[in-house]
Design a protein around this ligand. Structure first.
Ligand SMILES: *Cc1c(COP(=O)(O)O)cnc(C)c1O
Length: 409
């Protein structure tokens, strides 16, 4: 019964062009990567889909550092943080991260997690008391949505980046604890939350601001300190979640916040307490990653990434203007996440598969991940891309668009 039910559901999803397939990476994360797709033989692809924004995932210094960390601390942590899995490497990383965010959150402490998903679960369930209200942007990341669902707090959704809508809900709120929860860079559009205005609202209504900076940490702000630094913010009311598997090139996440908040998470966050601590070698290598991000190399990589973003946007905009009948648009993004919104699921899928046939991997993103009718190609850039890589993508797209226009609909 269960299996036939599931098979039926799977067939329905397939009919809606919603089936997803995993590709197998046969080589390290890099723009030029060997991938196996389904039953086809492995092929070398040019990819525009990773979150390795600074191109550090395969950096020799990080590879060495993971190996060195394993020699120093062993391969696994052996236990959860509250038993005996909390190693000196984790402590050093917490201190370095707290220091990194200290210009934005005075006296911040930091706490590391195995993943960003778990950090968000921990934050929202531990701070989302029964007498609290969570105010969440409607386009927040799935991990924030799931954390809010699991929290005992009341949950209010406000329209995407709509501050008047949020302000109206704050005025009406009567719970003593109020937490505004937002992505800093929204994962599907690449647009930025107005963190300065959100913080002003938080101050006005005695609320706290939880910022998920998965796509900003390492990329935005001075020395890659992230979105808070990008907006020049500094406040005790900020609760910051950064991930370490994207720009930082490794794995994990952290929360930086007021020391009492961190202590409360250590004591109560089930996603922190009831799970094995990440390998200490990871924490050790993350110290190297932080040094790279904050140093000259990080600066150069961020500058190069910015050049690529500008180039890609200009060329996509030109393509869209040349073919107005297609009705395509570009998301309002100046970050490494660029969405080419084409509308129909089938169009996005066809584009993605035609690009794939030309050796380019650009994922089609469909509902429910994005709103109905806004299926898109989600192009993500990395500092490891070259200008020639962008030309290759644009040549392929231009080619495909011409075949689309010549096919009667
Ligand atoms: C990727 C992501 C997460 C989850 O982080 P992981 O470390 O991959 O679990 C959380 N929030 C946002 C906005 C993300 O993009």
């Amino acid at each position: 019964m269960l299996i036939s039910h599931l098979n039926h559901q799977l067939r329905e999803r397939d009919a809606l062009a919603l089936t997803r397939q995993r590709r197998i990476a046969e080589s390290a994360s890099a723009p030029h990567q060997r991938l196996t797709h389904g039953a086809q033989p492995a092929r070398d692809q040019l990819t525009f889909c990773s979150n390795d924004y600074l191109g550090l995932a395969n950096h020799p210094a990080l590879i060495d550092s993971v190996a060195e960390g394993a020699r120093l601390y062993g391969a696994g942590s052996g236990a959860s943080h509250l038993i005996n899995g909390h190693s000196r490497a984790h402590v050093l990383l917490e201190d370095a991260l707290a220091d990194y965010l200290s210009t934005c959150i005075p006296e911040a402490r930091a706490l590391t997690f195995c993943t960003g998903y778990m950090a968000n679960m921990a934050l929202l369930t531990s701070l989302g008391y029964a007498n609290a209200t969570l105010f969440c942007d409607k386009l927040n990341h799935a991990s924030l949505i799931d954390g809010a669902r699991l929290a005992k707090a009341s949950v209010k959704l406000y329209a995407h980046r709509n501050l008047p809508d949020l302000a109206r809900q704050l005025v009406e709120c009567t719970t003593p604890i109020k937490l505004i929860v937002t992505d800093a860079v929204f994962s599907m559009d690449g647009d930025l939350a107005e963190l300065d205005e959100l913080l002003a609202l938080a101050e006005q209504f005695d609320a706290w601001l939880i910022v998920d900076d998965a796509h900003g940490f390492g990329v935005l702000g001075e020395q890659g300190r992230g979105s808070l630094s990008h907006f020049g913010l500094c406040s005790e009311r900020l609760i910051y979640m950064g991930t370490l598997g994207k720009a930082a090139g490794l794995s994990g996440a952290f929360v930086a916040a007021h020391p009492s908040i961190i202590e409360w998470l250590i004591q109560t966050a089930r996603a922190y307490i009831y799970t094995t601590a990440a390998p200490p070698a990871m924490a050790h290598a993350l110290l190297t990653s932080l040094a790279l991000i904050g140093g000259d190399e990080g600066k150069q990589r961020r500058q190069h990434l910015q050049t690529l973003i500008t180039q890609l946007r200009q060329q996509l905009q030109a393509l869209i203007e040349k073919h107005p009948t297609l009705g395509w648009t570009l998301t309002d993004s100046h970050t490494a996440i660029q969405g080419l919104v084409v509308g129909e699921n089938a169009t996005a899928l066809a584009l993605s598969s035609q690009l794939d046939a030309r050796g380019l991997t650009v994922p089609a993103i469909r509902p429910p991940t994005v709103p109905l009718g806004t299926a898109r190609l989600r192009i993500t850039l990395s500092a490891a891309h070259t200008l020639a890589d962008i030309s290759q993508l644009m040549n392929a797209l231009t080619d495909i668009v011409q075949t689309l226009e010549n096919t009667p609909s």
